[in-house]
Ligand binder design. Structure first.
Ligand SMILES: Cc1cc2nc3c(=O)[nH]c(=O)nc-3n(C[C@H](O)[C@H](O)[C@H](O)COP(=O)(O)O)c2cc1C
Length: 203
């Protein structure tokens, strides 16, 4: 919003100089004729530089809820700054969330050898609105599977390959078999990895 106001103002006033003063937290716009400050916007560097990380996770059970929360915890690691986290279920998420994301973490169960219907529905709704503009979007994937998970991994990878998103993991995380507490640590690491990579500008 501030940026839009700022750009409008620049256009209207034929501003020639922008001074960053007071530790970069004010914009002083110098009018061409008057050569004096005519307008000042107070903004924080954080607002301008934050990256948006979208988490879209299907959470149909207490275990899957814990895994999603672990991903969130990792992304919110206090050592990582400048990340705006958006957390949605696939039912809630839509193209507008993807279009504004700098990175995305997908979480799904495996059901009948495939991703959850919820995540598939999400892909169906975002595919064409995002296809052209979000190529290269860094993504991470975790799968909760009672005994396999490979069918889901293949299926998701087929779709994100079509979207030309960029994997940040060598291989998707599959939390396979009986539920174990160590899954939470792995999910937390995934959240941290992507948030830290976005913060550092690696992806
Ligand atoms: C209808 C249904 C189909 C399932 N199909 C698979 C499957 O094909 N492969 C698999 O590994 N797990 C399968 N599961 C197990 C789920 O992946 C698992 O229950 C889910 O991830 C939730 O994990 P939780 O039981 O730890 O909460 C299925 C579960 C349900 C309810």
């Amino acid at each position: 919003m501030l940026i839009v106001i700022y750009l409008l103002y620049v256009k209207l006033s034929e501003t020639i100089h922008i001074n960053r003063l007071l530790g970069g937290r004010h914009l002083f716009l110098l009018n061409k004729a008057e050569k004096s400050p005519t307008f000042c916007i107070n903004y924080s560097d954080k607002q301008l530089m934050n990256k948006s990380l979208l988490i879209v996770a299907h959470i149909p059970s207490p275990n899957t809820m814990m895994l999603r929360n672990a991903v969130v915890k990792g992304a919110e690691n206090p050592d990582i700054e400048g990340i705006d986290l958006v957390v949605r279920t696939p039912f809630e998420a839509g193209p507008e969330d993807v279009l504004t994301a700098d990175g995305i973490i997908l979480g799904t169960t495996e059901n009948l050898g495939y991703m959850s219907g919820a995540l598939k529905d999400f892909f169906d709704r975002i595919y064409y609105p995002c296809l052209e503009v979000k190529q290269g979007l860094p993504y991470g994937l975790y799968i909760r599977a009672g005994h396999d998970g490979t069918g889901t991994r293949r299926a998701v990878e087929t779709i994100v390959t079509g979207l030309r998103w960029k994997p940040v993991q060598e291989e998707a995380l599959i939390c396979r078999g009986e539920y174990r507490d160590e899954f939470k640590g792995e999910c937390e690491e995934l959240g941290m990895l992507i948030a830290a990579g976005l913060e550092a500008g690696i992806f």
